[in-house]
Write a protein that binds this ligand. Structure first.
Ligand code: ATP
Ligand code: MG
Ligand code: FE
Length: 333
């Protein structure tokens, strides 16, 4: 079974060919980071224009690198949402046009289901499993009892983890996207700055990062008013410790409560070295829980993950019609 997958929800134009849901035949990602950097974030209008320019070439490249022609493709999978509406529309319309022109079925995929299914490239899923989704727009604990079923047991009440990273980075005058820069700085510093951890209610698996973000901004502001300086690497390290403490503690607790067989890490912030190390430490002693952490190229946005999720959806019989539309607020459940 060969799936051609397309992803354009944010600022990467991506296409991939996936065999049997788990084998990568090609993986093409055209990143727009350079175009958005000077604005300090993704500019939706610019993102859409880049997607229009890149999509045809990226799909052709994906087929060519896979050594496949349209004839061999069984279905086209595409990100339906969530994401930027104008960006999603380019992928959805390209997928519709290509599926129609080549007489292939079309399969709609949820972007976060994609981030989760990136893990299935590494190993077969064993249910129940728990996914910690940490990305630019989402921070969620997702329980899966079978393929294609997603139960959100906790989510952020304000900022996503990646969003907090990017905002704190901007405060420290680091380039966009700030996550990797904070990560790098954090390893050069010490957690000497006292920052809050939002545990919320005792039995809650929800998250909150806006208070932490404000605390970082206030700390810098107060220091500068007193004419003091705080080493940016120490602040980055303290911020990262606070984020990781909460993420790892809640993931561990949920994994035990729901008796899961696997814990998966997913989303762009899954690239974070500190988070990866702390999860490995926490789950290293738990012999009955397998921890799966994707390689970096499967953490940030790509089409491999859309193909992996699309493959299962295709097997389960999901088909989208030619009336498929972009859905920027699409619900995972
Ligand atoms: P979503 O998936 O929720 O729709 P998105 O697709 O924009 O959002 P991703 O591409 O999955 O988000 O992830 C991008 C985010 O990951 C950015 O906020 C970025 O700063 C963050 N990120 C990337 N690498 C790291 C890192 N090493 N440490 C922390 N954050 C990181
Ligand atoms: Mg991105
Ligand atoms: Fe994403």
């Amino acid at each position: 079974q060969l799936i051609l997958a397309i992803e354009t929800s944010c600022d990467e134009t991506a296409a991939a060919v996936i065999k049997d849901g788990r084998e990568i035949l090609s993986n093409v990602v055209a990143s727009q980071i350079e175009s958005h950097k000077r604005f300090g974030g993704v500019v939706p209008e610019i993102a859409s224009r880049h997607h229009v320019e890149a999509i045809t070439v990226v799909v052709e490249e994906a087929l060519e690198q896979a050594g496949q022609t349209w004839e061999a493709i069984d279905a086209v999978a595409v990100t339906e949402g969530p994401g930027l509406v104008g960006a999603l529309l380019i992928g959805v319309n390209a997928a519709k046009a290509m599926a129609f022109a080549h007489g292939k079925p079309l399969v709609n995929v949820h972007h976060i289901a994609g981030h989760i299914y990136a893990n299935r490239i590494l190993t077969e899923f064993q249910f129940p499993l728990l996914a910690l989704v940490v990305s630019g727009g989402h921070t969620e604990l997702v329980l899966m009892r079978e393929h294609g079923s997603f139960e959100v047991i906790g989510e952020t009440r304000d900022d996503a983890a990646g969003e907090a990273y990017d905002k704190v980075a901007r405060t420290l005058k680091l380039p966009y996207p700030g996550g990797p820069h904070i990560d790098r700085l954090a390893h050069e510093g010490k957690p000497t700055v006292k920052l809050p951890r939002a545990w919320l209610e005792e039995d809650s698996y929800d998250f909150s990062f806006s208070g932490l973000k404000s605390a970082v901004i206030n700390t810098l502001h107060n220091a500068s008013q007193k004419g003091e300086t705080i080493a940016p690497e120490d602040l980055a390290c303290s911020f990262q410790e606070s984020v990781i403490d909460v993420l790892v503690t809640k993931t561990l607790k949920a994994a035990e409560q729901f008796g899961v067989k696997q814990v998966l890490l997913a989303g762009g912030v899954a690239a974070n070295k500190g988070l990866r190390a702390r999860l490995e430490e926490a789950f290293g002693e738990k012999k009955d829980i397998e921890l799966i952490i994707p390689p970096l190229y499967l953490c940030t946005d790509n089409a491999v993950m859309i193909g992996a999720a699309g493959s299962i959806a295709f097997e389960q019989g999901r088909r989208a019609g030619m009336n498929l539309n972009a859905n920027p607020g699409l619900d995972l459940e």
